[in-house]
Write a protein that binds this ligand. Structure first.
Ligand code: ZN
Ligand code: ZN
Length: 142
């Protein structure tokens, strides 16, 4: 049994070839758009519709096996790193996204100064800036 099959079963999900393929693509790391995920899934399976990939991503997200992020101005992206309350830093120049760690349990961002009575269980912070590549291009332009 592959790691992907075990993961799916552990979350009570039926094991299907498209689900295994999407998990495999996501386990490669990064923050991928649906278009890119579909392209890579098609390298593994003969024919998969974009809608099928959306359906799989929805099921995986609900089961906590993938996470959907959608920085302002960018299409939705998916990643395998879910449930650890990490954040993202997005480059204003090229749109590159990197993870920013936030430790589970001792995450200070889970204690907002005021939550208006809400019980908070997740914080999603998006940092914006320039990636190293764009910084280098900017100083070369100057
Ligand atoms: Zn950049
Ligand atoms: Zn991430």
């Amino acid at each position: 049994m592959s790691g992907g099959e075990e993961l799916l079963r552990s979350r009570g999900l039926r094991v299907t070839r498209p689900r295994l393929a999407v998990l495999d693509v996501l386990s490669g790391g990064g923050h991928l758009e649906v278009e890119e995920i579909t392209r890579q899934v098609r390298e593994r399976l003969d024919s998969v519709s974009t809608q099928a990939v959306y359906d799989v991503l929805g099921a995986l997200s609900r089961a906590g096996l993938s996470r959907r992020i959608e920085p302002a101005g960018s299409p939705a992206r998916y990643e395998a790193r879910a449930g650890d309350n990490h954040h993202h830093v997005v480059c204003r120049g090229c749109g590159e996204i990197a993870d920013v760690d936030c430790a589970v349990g001792a995450a200070p961002c889970l204690d907002p100064s005021s939550a208006d009575g809400f019980e908070v269980d997740e914080a999603e912070v998006t940092f914006w800036g320039l990636c190293p590549g764009c910084q280098a291009r900017r100083s070369a332009d100057e």
